[in-house]
Design a protein around this ligand. Structure first.
Ligand SMILES: [Zn+2]
Length: 157
């Protein structure tokens, strides 16, 4: 323990991850990139109406960090809305609240956030095979944003 966890906990991944203003030619279209944790910050604060303190706890980050993530998210949304830019949601340093894994033999099991960020699973708990992979959340063609971790490169089955 000791240092601030790098991964922000996210409960929800948007199904629609691209928004484009009507009537803007593709050649003129500029894009704003909203990370998954920025989308989560907006969801918790502005959609669910939670207090900042609670939002920060839900995402497993400090209140200061939450405030920064939320500020950045709102700034990007405002920029897209008022400057007519497209919004693309994806990437970032996040991990799902619960991640479902599947092994090559078809066993499936859930791994909670805390386990994912400290000791991600290496083997199937039922048959012990190392051929396991996280099931991707809907809406995204990939799981974690940011940096690749141990699971990457193991999807060759
Ligand atoms: Zn198995």
């Amino acid at each position: 323990m000791g240092r601030q966890p790098l991964w922000r906990r996210v409960d929800f991944i948007p199904q629609i991850t691209y928004f484009k203003p009507a009537g803007v030619p593709l050649s003129n279209l500029q894009e704003v990139r909203l990370s998954v944790e920025e989308a989560e910050a907006i969801r918790l604060k502005d959609l669910e109406g939670l207090e900042q303190e609670e939002c920060a706890q839900r995402m497993n980050i400090s209140r200061t960090t939450f405030s920064r993530v939320l500020g950045s998210a709102r700034q990007k949304m405002a920029d897209a809305l008022l400057s007519g830019k497209a919004i693309k949601i994806g990437g970032g340093n996040f991990e799902m609240a619960v991640r479902r894994f599947r092994c090559v033999s078809g066993h499936e099991w859930d791994v909670p956030f805390q386990t994912m960020v400290t000791t991600p699973p290496e083997f199937c708990p039922k048959c012990n095979t190392p051929s396991i992979m996280p099931l991707q959340p809907p809406g995204l063609g990939w799981g974690r944003g940011g940096r690749g971790r141990r699971h990457r490169g193991r999807r060759n089955w």
